[in-house]
Design a protein. Structure first.
Length: 138
């Protein structure tokens, strides 16, 4: 099987069915599982683990825009709520070579103003997933 490396240049981020890709400079979907130690004396000194509860998070870096109708006015009303998300490596249709990762996240933290003199006003947030994260190809 050939290895096909990828450079992210036009990824897609949708939150609450709205495309926020134009504000987004970094997106990261992370899924994890709790490791449960099931080691016994029979393991002969080696630890044994089983997977427990699954969880994840969506990490995003945005270029802030507090203009009416833009990022701040979209995000602030969502603060404290659970909303849907969809992320794709390329902003084209879902396919076997461009899967979408979808689910729900809690809008837990917002930083609408951040930076020092001369800095770009941007925010990096991490929203915990709420429920299953799925991988869709169609």
């Amino acid at each position: 099987m050939a290895f096909t490396p990828m450079v992210l240049t036009a990824s897609m981020l949708q939150l609450n069915a709205g495309d926020l890709s134009a504000y987004t400079s970094k997106v990261e979907v992370v899924v994890e599982v709790d490791d449960k130690d099931v080691t016994t004396f029979g393991s002969l000194g080696w630890k044994n683990f089983l997977g427990g509860l699954k969880f994840g998070h969506l990490a995003i870096t945005w270029k802030n825009d507090v203009t009416v109708g833009d990022l701040d006015s979209i995000l602030f009303p969502l603060f404290g709520t659970v909303i849907t998300f969809e992320v794709r490596a390329v902003n084209t249709a879902r396919s076997t070579s461009n899967p979408a990762y979808t689910g729900s996240v809690l809008v837990k933290t917002l930083t609408p103003i951040s930076g020092s003199v001369g800095d770009v006003n941007e925010q990096s947030v991490t929203f915990p997933t709420s429920g299953a994260v799925t991988r869709l190809t169609a």
